[in-house]
Design a protein around this ligand. Structure first.
Ligand SMILES: *[C@@H]1O[C@H](CO)[C@@H](O)[C@H](O)[C@H]1NC(C)=O
Ligand SMILES: *[C@@H]1O[C@H](CO)[C@@H](O)[C@H](O)[C@H]1NC(C)=O
Length: 534
């Protein structure tokens, strides 16, 4: 299974690469910091390998994007507006408040409180992004040097839209590395998205919705509209009006991108309508595993026939509150498996002697190890795709943002169990882990199937992404793949004007018909009466 289809697809790729003789391009990169940077960097390394020259715009407050790297040069923009999304301490406090709110019983009140927390966080981060691009555009020397560099394209992540604004200002063909845009999931901005079967972020519903699910879905769609109209558009409008067009807004600028490299694969995402300028590269970060460091390999091998459980909660969220960690540690201690746990918090008091705590782990190499049986995750997409690639079932402990929705997708495929962090107890957690480890239960089998589906593609996702990105460089954009529908007013998009005309026409005919009929009737009746009288 591990190298399934590998040689054929590399051959295909080689042929493609030869037939299209890539010209090295000059690419301006405007990333989003934090965990988004990790997957952007994977694209950048591949682009560098293929001879493109990369320039990365970063803020002086960036925690993740290095100023110096072998595979790109950078432009550092001095800014005082740090985004709190990159700040580990802030995020730890944010997570703690989230967990406290989720624990709070009154569900409607806690729902509102939670939404408020998230909106505050988003507002601050968008504000930082808008101010940074404003600072760049105000700096005439910097703008002139960006013009003089004559870039071929801009590659950006529209989760925060600074890069989109700059790209439009410089009139560069735009390639997006995207799943999220400023107010929700990317497809919603360009492809038809009926809310009857396409779940919105936050709704935590699958593609098969009950009536109540649909209500929930529409409610969350409404929250997305609210964010767009009352938070993100106004925050970026200053820069958009001043430097681009007073009639434009950040949402239409995003819709005008040439190519959407979507971090989505339909082994994971529910099927939905799409567009010709969307290219799917979900799982592009996945690669075969490498051997583990000697001491870790020894620990993993010592698990014998039982195998190991791997737990990690991602880059941003290193640790959980101690009382929750203790519950997890107790459940792990009851298993015959060995456990490797990335935990930056206090050492749990109930830790079993089968559990190894580490502050970093080679996640892809561990997931690809034949002894790894279950992955305990917060439900971030990087880890999920790696687990799908290597065929490892998951136990989800979603904490914030899209993580709950991601787990809904995995549950629908029957490859994962998901638990509420605030309501964990040792018995149910142990049972869930045992179920996932049990060969007689369907999880492992389902996951193997899903992994085969994900890997059975003519081109590897990363190769496909690079091909299309270079396509945009070669053809100076991809306008022929993009509809102009986003420029229509809403009533024209939904044909309301046509329907109204049509209904008016039909109405007029019916009205005319009725009036004539009445008049005729009256005339006839009068005639008859006259006849009777005579
Ligand atoms: C403008 O950009 C130039 C070049 O990057 C930089 O040296 C300068 O400090 C910037 N000026 C301001 C006011 O930020
Ligand atoms: C680990 O703990 C179990 C149960 O408490 C015990 O039976 C076993 O001997 C311990 N193993 C080691 C290597 O200490």
């Amino acid at each position: 299974m591990r190298q399934f289809g590998g040689p054929i697809s590399s051959l295909l790729y080689l042929l493609l690469a030869l037939s299209t003789r890539n010209q090295a391009g000059r690419i301006l990169v405007y990333p989003v910091d934090g965990s988004h940077w990790l997957n952007m960097d994977i694209l950048l390394r591949e682009l560098h390998e293929r001879g493109h020259a990369l320039t990365v715009i970063r803020s002086s407050t960036s925690w993740y994007v290095p100023e110096h790297a072998v595979h790109y040069s950078s432009i550092t923009v001095t800014t005082s507006h740090a985004s709190n999304l990159e700040d580990r301490e802030y995020m730890a406090a944010f997570l703690k408040r989230n967990i406290e709110i989720q624990r709070g019983e009154g569900s409607m009140l806690s729902f509102i409180a939670l939404q408020k927390e998230i909106l505050n966080l988003l507002t601050e981060a968008h504000k930082a992004s808008a101010e940074m691009v404003g600072d760049i555009l105000e700096n005439r020397t910097l703008v002139q040097s960006l013009r003089d560099a004559r870039y071929d394209i801009i590659l950006t992540d529209p989760g925060f839209a600074g890069g989109v604004v700059l790209g439009h200002y410089l009139k560069l063909p735009m390639v997006l590395n995207v799943r999220w845009i400023t107010n929700g999931e990317g497809h919603f901005a360009i492809a038809p998205s009926p809310l009857s079967y396409i779940p919105t972020i936050g709704s935590q519903v699958s593609d098969q919705m009950t009536f109540v699910n649909k209500l929930k879905n529409v409610l969350h769609f409404g929250i997305g509209l609210y964010i767009d109209h009352f938070i993100t558009r106004p925050l970026y409008q200053g820069a958009v009006s001043k430097f681009i067009d007073r009639n434009a807004n950040v949402y239409t600028l995003i819709q005008g991108a040439d190519l959407w490299l979507m971090r989505v694969d339909f082994a994971f995402e529910f099927p939905r309508p799409t567009m010709p300028n969307v290219v799917y590269m979900g799982g592009f970060q996945c690669k075969p595993s490498k051997p583990l460091p000697a001491d870790l390999e020894q620990f993993v091998e010592s698990s014998g026939e039982y195998g190991v459980v791997v737990m990690s909660l991602g880059t941003l969220l290193g640790s959980l509150p101690p009382e929750i960690s203790d519950v997890i540690a107790s459940a792990f201690a009851r298993l015959p498996q060995k456990v490797v746990w990335r935990n930056l918090g206090k050492r749990p008091s109930t830790l079993g002697n089968n559990t190894l705590i580490v502050d970093w782990l080679p996640q892809n190499d561990l997931l690809g190890h034949p002894k790894t049986k279950v992955f305990v995750t917060h439900g971030g997409t990087n880890g999920i795709y790696e687990a799908i690639y290597h065929g490892v079932p998951m136990l989800g402990l979603p904490l914030i943002f899209d993580q709950f929705d991601n787990m809904v997708r995995l549950n629908a495929r029957g490859v994962a169990r998901s638990m509420t962090v605030t309501a964990l107890d040792v018995d149910t957690l142990t049972q869930a882990l045992r179920d996932l480890l049990d060969e007689k239960k369907p999880y492992r089998q389902n996951m193997r199937k899903l992994s085969h589906l994900h890997r059975d593609q003519p081109l590897q996702p990363l190769d496909r992404a690079i091909f299309w990105l270079e396509f945009v460089i070669r053809h100076k954009g991809a306008a022929h793949l993009r509809t102009e529908s986003y420029k229509m007013p809403w009533y024209a998009y939904h044909n309301v004007d046509v329907m109204a005309t049509f209904l008016g026409f039909v109405g007029a005919i019916i009205l005319l018909f009725t009036i004539t009929l009445r008049a005729l009737c009256k005339a006839m009746c009068q005639k008859r009466q006259k006849a009777k009288l005579q």
